[in-house]
Design a protein around this ligand. Sequence first.
Ligand code: ADP
Ligand code: ASP
Ligand code: MG
Length: 411
Amino acid sequence: MPSQARPLVLKFGGTSVGSPERIRHSARIAAHAAREGRPIALVVSAMAGETDRILSLCEGFEGGLGEAETDLALSAGEQVSAALMALALREGGLRARAFLGWQIPIQAEGPFGRAQISQLDGSLLKRVMDTGTIPVIAGFQGIDAQGRVRTLGRGGSDLSAVAIAAALEAECDIYTDVDGVFTTDPRIVPSARRIPAIGYDEMLELAAMGAKVLQTRSVEFAKARNVILRVKSSFLAPGDSQGTEVMNPKDLAERRIVSGIAYARAQARIRLSDLPESPDTAAEIFAALAQADIGVDMIVQTHGFETQAIALEFSVEQKDLAQALSAVKDVLERLGQGTLGHETDLAKVSVVGTGLRGRADVARTLYGVLAQEGLSVRMVATSEIKISALVQADALEHAVKALHGAYGLEA
Ligand code: ADP
Ligand code: ASP
Ligand code: MG
């Protein structure tokens, strides 16, 4: 029975489909939404822990990472949970059918392991929904032009859900194990507060700085396509979750200086000193890193007063360190000058808020708080709406709690 109401995409993450009981409970949440008369589609992640398990199996084989077959294996977790979810919906008396990415089709391009959705045809899903059947789509996967399965990067089912919502002109509810986006990870700071509504840009910055409640690219996509996006808990009774709405900042009722604190573990920093004084030096180094496909985050470049030599420091994810060092070494050899050093076991803590724009005292507060707590800061970087500090890994939780308190985010 076709309905005039706006369709809704419900995405259930790994813990929300972590066992047959959790799948049944999530199916009840979907049934509750369907009873309100809206056409719905579901997107599911692999059962919690499953993607990690498959990944470690693949890593056991030489050259396994970044290969087509690894993506094929990784995508299997979502295949299972999509089928189980369809069974659970049917058990509850609804009509449902499970789909893999290629059946929609969801086209994806880019490196194996972190492809991007390039095209998504919603017509099959619309036809299915028009007949009163609930499609349950395996998240995290698409198909490339050669007909090979590609996965969308960790947390990529969020992106699948948002892209499907955009194709269906639907709203998108992301169900997870916490009741929305909080002022920081509630697992680290139990007094963190739920943020009822947040703008796309702040959410994007929180996600990019490590708040894994939403995958960064899913927020980018939602912003670009104006998808109404909500984060909700699947661990409450159907209809009980209050959650967070991610929206156009114009529509926000409340203005805050700081919205939240995000963190990222397993960071490293690389320091290059005595580099030749030439405008091309840094460009050449970052070109080599980009060529090796390494994301560089915080960057500090200084120019000596007396020697004219350049020093360059930046942070990378620890998993990329070895590759980054080897890319940089090649450049140093070409330049015939420069000293290379690095430090590991670091973490990054970031304060995010649109109210930080143009405020001169932001760095003072951050340094002040961290110094007062006796935490040494390795590097600081700012952007329009965030300030990040690199600290020692074992000081991370301490730093998050201290900043959360200092910026007045406590419940
Ligand atoms: P799912 O498997 O449902 O996709 P994720 O583990 O990817 O769930 O994301 C949910 C987790 O994100 C929460 O359990 C929480 O620990 C973490 N998290 C980190 N930062 C935040 C934040 N600011 N607000 C809410 N959750 C956060
Ligand atoms: N199962 C994938 C992962 O663990 C995708 C997702 O859960 O969103 O990263
Ligand atoms: Mg996730």
